[in-house]
Design a protein around this ligand. Structure first.
Ligand SMILES: *Cc1c(COP(=O)(O)O)cnc(C)c1O
Length: 406
């Protein structure tokens, strides 16, 4: 996996694309984001068709309006937003969308604007203080869906979300009870952590949900299993998503909730990881270290700060025949921390002036970009070839077929 050699096809296609974007001959000086609407659309349709409930999109993973529109057109009608800026963005971009404000610690002004200006009715909370805030800000609205966020284990996930949010077992009963009084519909939500590598993560969390419902003896109308659905990266190839859905469905069916209760999920990463990749240029080689023109302060935050490994591919014509070896990357800023350990597997003869595609950056890639030190770029190109890996085709990418410039 991730070692296919369609670099030649891709470079050739890019350099001959009508009207435009030439990578091999006089290529871009700035990093370029490649976007693949068809891949996001495929992911959305997969969730819409196969998840045994409602699939929302967690906007923070990638808030680009182009992606929001693709998801909407592919059947995603509900959006998990976490800030008033995300509320405004989605309201503006998708006027028909339903918004769910799922950050458990919100500004009171944000709740008020969300409720009265943007029609938001679903809010999450993990404390009595937040519940009181929501009731005050909405002037005791009678039509709220309130989702109590439980703290669950992140042990099966690559990125923990277990310490910051979520009611602990000792606090849950009183909170569910109080939320039930204030809510038209009562929900329970959780987040197992991002990139959950096994469906067990959800089964275990659902046991926590069961205990909370039994303990509080309240009627629950919504179970929201949150995000955490994985994508695929080097060394992090998860089981098929159908297995996650089956496990969640089974656990949901056995919960003590009314027959009319709803099952929701809030994937971020799984819906957008395949949506984009990045083309960077090698500015210098020093042994097995490559100085590239994007990094920790650009779309590669996770590669730098949490050692995430992304698939890479040399875009050179003619294709290199050298053996693959391990490289690490330095980003363009003057900062030592702008370093990505990888290892990233590339042909041993990679050199300054080469272009590299870094794949699977649709989630938490572009969304994290800054302009620190004067680096970074918004140049974007739509491509219709396959992403370097996919959870939705079970296949690796074939030779690129078509490129459209924006
Ligand atoms: C970040 C987040 C998500 C999305 O998580 P992924 O791991 O990207 O699927 C969903 N819900 C909440 C509340 C979040 O904070």
């Amino acid at each position: 996996m991730h070692k296919h050699h369609s670099a030649l096809g891709l470079a050739t296609t890019l350099s001959t694309a009508a009207g435009g974007f030439e990578i091999a001959k006089h290529g871009p000086v700035q990093p370029v984001t490649l976007i693949r609407p068809h891949a996001a659309s495929r992911a959305a349709r997969f969730f819409v068709e196969k998840f045994p409930g409602r699939a929302m999109y967690a906007v923070k993973a990638n808030p680009s309006p182009g992606l929001l529109k693709v998801l909407w057109e592919s059947g995603i009608t509900h959006y998990d937003v976490a800030s008033i800026a995300e509320v405004r963005l989605v309201s503006r971009t998708l006027p028909g969308a339903t918004l769910c404000f799922m950050h458990p610690v919100k500004a009171e002004e944000a709740i008020e604007e969300a409720y009265f200006t943007h029609g938001v009715r679903v809010f999450s909370l993990d404390s009595i203080e937040e519940l009181e805030k929501i009731v005050r800000a909405t002037r005791s609205a009678p039509d709220l869906t309130l989702c109590v966020r439980l703290r669950v284990s992140s042990e099966h996930s690559k990125l923990s979300l277990a310490s910051k949010f979520g009611a602990a077992p000792g606090e849950t009963k009183a909170l569910l009870f109080a939320a039930r009084q204030a809510a038209d519909a009562l929900g329970i939500c959780f987040h197992v952590g991002s990139q959950a590598m096994t469906p067990e993560a959800y089964a275990n969390a659902m046991e926590r949900v069961r205990a909370a419902i039994v303990d509080a003896a309240v009627t629950v109308d919504v179970i929201d299993v949150g995000g955490g659905f994985p994508s695929t990266y080097p060394g992090m190839e998860p089981p098929p998503l159908d297995r996650y859905f089956e496990t969640i469905h089974r656990a949901f069916e056995s919960l003590p909730v009314s027959y009319s209760s709803e099952l929701w999920c809030e994937p971020g990463r799984a819906l957008c990881a395949e949506y984009s990749s990045l083309v960077v240029r090698v500015e210098r080689r020093r042994g097995d270290e490559l100085y590239i023109n994007d990094g920790a302060y650009g779309a590669l935050f996770d590669a730098a700060h949490i050692g995430w490994r992304f698939p890479v591919e040399l875009l050179r014509e003619p294709d290199s025949r050298a053996k693959l070896m391990e490289f690490s990357f330095y980003g363009p800023t003057c900062d030592d921390m702008d370093h990505m350990a990888g290892p990233f597997m590339l042909p041993a003869d990679v050199r300054a002036g080469d272009y590299i595609e870094i794949g699977m950056l649709g989630a938490y890639g572009c969304a994290m970009r800054t302009a620190f030190n004067g680096f970074g770029s918004d140049e974007t190109v739509i491509v219709s070839d396959e992403p370097m890996a996919s959870l939705y085709t079970g296949e690796e990418r074939e030779v690129a077929s078509n490129v459209v410039t924006l």
